[in-house]
Design a protein around this ligand. Structure first.
Ligand SMILES: [Zn+2]
Ligand SMILES: [Zn+2]
Length: 306
């Protein structure tokens, strides 16, 4: 199953000519998970050609305008497009009231159901058949969550020749072993899935920090992530300001990715004061080599690990 990550908005606080407000879309097969929902996100979606009718979860990190003001516009656009599938929205306390006020004052009708899940504590946010999303409390100036999308481990690669050698007939018996069931043969022998398949294969893991200072639990939360999407609002020379405003610098984000032993790091939520982000890259790469700075519409593919 393919996973593509599209950066729909990579600005912090104020949009610029080059950067729209925060939103990152993870597309896994036919399903989408959107992390944060900055203003004008639906226009970014049109440009990125990601569609408006797919299965969709929206995960809001915190109730700052740059991260949530895209919700009303996006929901209305989807209704005008006659969306039918429900949308699930997850976010901190306040998200229910926010959407209720909007709907009462704007009086917009929706063509689909909106399920809102208000999160009062960190932990598992959703547990689907093939993946989970977990939230950790991050360290911003208001309550804020970082999110971790993690695929569940997949069964090991099936080896038909091993099954044949053990006398297991092709068909239903193979299917049972592939689905993790133990087989009892007519002669009483038990065949375990591990007898006919390779080692369990790891799923992919993506961590999105939202706005945050570095925080102690990060390394454990993001351990071994394939991709860490970390905010870096200001460059290292403004570390003091980052601390006061509840943000991170490229070096801090790189230290976090390194501590988590992540495979790659992408910086986002760039302050409007920067048109050139080469300094971000320079500062991050000193600590974590596989770092880059997101641009709007950057699209990454995360291949399945073997
Ligand atoms: Zn922000
Ligand atoms: Zn914020």
């Amino acid at each position: 199953m393919s996973i593509h990550v599209t950066f729909l908005g990579t600005a912090g606080a104020i949009p610029t000519n080059q950067r729209s407000l925060p939103a990152v879309l993870v597309q896994r097969g036919n399903e989408q998970l959107m992390f944060d929902c900055g203003e004008a996100v639906q226009r970014q979606m049109v440009k990125a050609k990601v569609g408006f009718h797919k299965k969709l979860k929206i995960l809001i990190t915190h109730m700052h305008g740059d991260h949530v003001l895209g919700l009303p516009g996006l929901l209305q656009t989807m209704a005008l497009m006659d969306r039918q599938k429900p949308v699930q929205i997850y976010g901190p306390v306040g998200v229910v009231q926010f959407l209720k006020c909007l709907q009462e004052t704007l009086q917009f009708a929706l063509t689909f159901e909106v399920e809102i899940h208000e999160l009062s504590a960190p932990g598992i946010v959703c547990d689907e058949e093939e993946y989970t999303v977990t939230a950790a409390l991050s360290n911003h100036v208001v309550p804020s969550f970082a999110y971790c999308f993690a695929e569940k481990p997949r069964a090991g690669r099936f080896h038909p020749e091993k099954a044949k050698a053990l006398g297991v007939a092709e068909g239903q018996a193979w299917s049972k072993l592939q689905h993790g069931e133990t087989l009892t043969m007519a002669d009483g022998r038990k065949i375990q899935p591990a007898d006919v398949s390779g080692p369990i294969r790891k799923g992919r893991k993506i961590v999105y920090t939202g706005d945050t200072r570095p925080f102690a639990e990060f390394a454990g939360f993001a351990a071994g992530a394939d991709l860490v999407i970390h905010e870096a609002t200001f460059d290292d020379s403004l570390a003091e300001k980052a601390l006061v405003d509840g943000h991170s610098t490229p070096s801090q984000a790189a230290e976090e990715a390194k501590a988590a032993d992540a495979k790659s790091l992408v910086l986002t939520h760039v302050s409007a004061r920067y048109t050139d982000t080469s300094i971000f890259l320079e500062q991050a790469k000193k600590i974590f080599t596989n770092a880059s700075v997101a641009e709007d519409f950057l699209k990454l593919e995360l291949p399945l690990p073997e």
